[in-house]
Design a protein around this ligand. Structure first.
Ligand SMILES: [Zn+2]
Length: 237
């Protein structure tokens, strides 16, 4: 973890670009626009899941987070991006990238439990999931945004993954809204620590070779980003 005074300096707006710890870009959009904090999950040291090709989740997260920021800006929203560059950012500190933002969207890509990987069953898993936490101070607002985003992802042709409800260790994330692919996951620090409504999106399952190929295509990234951005706009108005 970097020293706290480093974070204070680097979280200051207007925009700063400091490769050593953190990227925060502030202030696209008008003052009246909704302000969205877009978080690219994981970092260059702990890179999250590993795709079937060996490409790290963090790289997928960065690509989609960047596309989401562009899509939100195109809708006139104000965007702050937070992502680790040369060092990881602890999840609980990520909301501090823009503590007055109206919504935090944390972008991730999924794997499956080790037992399925060991059994060679990764091709059976695909689809997106959205997580909300009842420990977020605005759970109702979080769930509302999750539903709007889920509806836009469904309309864009995406399908919820569904497997996070399995009664096995590491899963057990009950559905809050099954048709829209929304789960409750109270243990996620980035959602719990956020003072604003917050959602975490697993955009797809990169351990599945076919799904990974699809998720890596620029047109898929752009389509997912547009769908999420429209859901955000639906929810924030
Ligand atoms: Zn992740």
């Amino acid at each position: 973890m970097p020293p706290a005074h480093h974070l204070r300096i680097r979280l200051a707006c207007p925009a700063r670009f400091l490769r050593t710890v953190l990227l925060v870009l502030c202030g696209t959009g008008t003052a009246q626009a909704a302000h969205v904090l877009v978080d690219a999950g994981h970092g260059p040291q702990r890179t999250g899941a590993t795709g079937a090709s060996g490409r790290a989740e963090y790289r997928y997260n960065r690509d989609l987070a960047a596309a989401l920021a562009r899509a939100l800006a195109a809708l006139g929203e104000r965007v702050t991006r937070v992502e680790g560059l040369d060092a990881d950012i602890p999840p609980a500190l990520r909301p501090a990238g823009a503590p007055a933002a109206d919504l935090l969207v944390s972008i991730h890509h999924d794997s499956v439990q080790a037992q399925y990987l060991a059994a060679g069953r990764q091709a059976e898993f695909a689809g997106y999931s959205i997580f909300v936490s009842t420990r977020n101070p605005d759970y109702a607002g979080s769930l509302n945004c999750a539903r709007r985003i889920g509806a836009r992802l469904r309309a864009a042709g995406e399908t919820p993954s569904g497997y996070h409800t399995e009664p096995i260790e590491g899963e057990n994330r009950p559905f809050v809204d099954r048709p829209l692919g929304i789960h409750r996951y109270d243990g996620l620090a980035v959602l719990r620590a956020a003072p604003m409504p917050a959602v975490l999106i697993e955009a797809g399952v990169i351990i599945n070779p076919q799904e990974e190929t699809r998720l890596g295509k620029p047109e898929t990234v752009a389509r997912l980003a547009r769908a999420i951005a429209r859901g955000v706009r639906d929810c924030l108005g």
